[in-house]
Each structure stands twice: as C-alpha cells, then as structure tokens.
Write a protein that binds this ligand. Sequence first.
Ligand SMILES: [Zn+2]
Length: 344
Amino acid sequence: MFERNGGYDVLKYADVAEPKAGPNDVVIKVKASACNFNDIWARRGLPGMKIILPHISGSDAAGVVVETGSEVKHVKVGDEVVVHCGISCRECYYCTRGEEYFCSDFKIWGFQTGPFDGAHGEYCKVPAVNTLPKPPNLSFEEAATMPLVLVTVWRMLVSRAHIQAGDFVLVWGAAGGLGVMAIQIAKLYNARAIAVASSADKLELCGRLGAEFLLDRKKHDIFQEVRKITGSRRADIVFEHTGADTWPISMQCLKWGGTLVTCGATSGFDAHLDIRLLWNKQQNYLGSHLGNKGELIEAMRFVASGDIKPVVGKVLPLKELATAQDLMETNTIAGKIAIVPPGA
Ligand SMILES: [Zn+2]
C-alpha cells in the first residue's frame, strides 16, 4: 500500500483490516496477483486523476472465494476465480449495451478511486459479477497474469481492428505482458505477427509463441524491415501501446487503408499526425481501453483450450512488490510478473 504518491520508497508492507463483502460482493483469498503498469501510474500519481489514499494497487488476481454477499447467486464459497478488473454500474445505457468502459461509474479495479482496494494483499473484495472461473489448466500464478492483458489485447485486435487471416501485425513491445498476448491472438487468427523486442532472448520467446518475423529494435531499422517483410505493402495492423517513442515509426509502417490500434503510451502522450496522410491513405487510428466482460469470456475459451498461454516471467512474494515494479519499469522481464501473498 502507499499513503502518498511517489517512487518505490512510498510502498509500505502493512497490516490492514480484512475486507467484508457487501450484498453484491465476494471476498477472495488471493492465491496470486499480477503486476500491471497501472500499479505504477497509481503510485506515481497522474495529473487529473484522483487517487484515494491509502491505496492498495493490483488489477489482476486469482484465488478462492471465502465470503459471498447476501444477494450473490452465481458464485459460491470455495469457487476458484479470476477477476475482470472493469468495475461499472451494470445498469446504465452503456453498461446494458455491453459498453461498460463508457459507464460514468467505470473504474479499473486497483487503479482508480473506488470502494474496492486492489489485488496486492492476502484478501480482496470485488463485485461478484466481476469474477470468472479460473481456467482449471492454469496454476493460480498463471491465471492471475491473464485477465487484464488478455481482455485488452482481445478488444484491440479482434473487436476494434478486426484482425483477419494473413494480416501482417506489427507488435511493439512484443515480449511484454500485452505483446505476448498479441502474438498469440495473431497466431490464433492465422495472421502474421512481426514482433519487435529489445533482446535476442525476448525475440526467441516471441518466436516460440508464434511470431513469424522477429525484429530487434536496438539493431534493426524497423520501417525498412517491415517494408521488406511485407513486400512494400507495410503492416495491415500496427499494435501500439508505447506512445511517443514509437508513434512516428508506427505511422510509417502502416499500410494504406491499414489500422493502428493503441491502448496506452508508456513512453509519452504527445504524438504528431499529418492529417493529409490520414485522409489520403484512408487509415484507421483506433483507441481501445480494456474491454468488457463478454470479451474476456470469449478470449478465456482459448486459454482453457491451451491456444493462448500465460507467460509468467517472474514470481515474487508480496513483500517484494517494489522490486517487481522496478523490473517492470526497466523492461527487464519478458511476460508478466506474478505476486504471491503470504499463506497463499
Ligand atoms: Zn454503467
């Protein structure tokens, strides 16, 4: 937890009261949680975003239900579950259209302000509607790393960019938590992933996951390589989440009529767009934010079948959350970092 925004030094390992389930909630004994960049944004503080302090981060968890609220019907004590981190009212115009991310009450669990503390603890509380069965073929550590990145990438590539067989998909940060999902979803659709990562080890992982082309961003001229790979046509889809650093190259690499889809900007928020190119090339620039629970349910079928696999690069005890965040910020680990609380 942290009581003020700042660097790693504000993270405290402390005892807090156990959560009690409200009528529509469940309490979960956390077997594992997972790290996301949200944890870091929340700790640092973002301009314009109010973070209620003290704050317990964590938007991904897997565990066992230990308490259910009086109105909860479909989740039972003892159920092994994972959590969908999009919390919304479930009643408004947007929610009833399956567009929960547009709900005026929408919150990312463990990130934004709200009545629920996040996943990085021994217990957590979430609305029962936000739970899904844990895929039985995964360990708790593996399962905890899946929901946020999986639903985000599924929505980006499947719902937003309408990925198709044969598409060349340029994947930035391909060995990261989002990237490893993008490669596998591209493969699932018989699309052709062009993976960009920063080391030979990471690219080897990308290749094992099904990326057809492997580019080292420290060695290759990404634009020239993409031209070569695609026979000058360039990429059908550019999968963006890095932002300012990669945006100009992403624009260059996108084919006429192609689709750039982005869900974040860890390297900076400001990018230039030449509007003449936008209309002449008839390109699609799409934003995407998380996804709805239905999209996560769709995607999880392919986790249960083994077509989409978790990539857990590191497992650390809860006490070492600061180390985990440092490994994430320095881009050291391929795949995801799982966190295990004491007694899990
Ligand atoms: Zn709503």
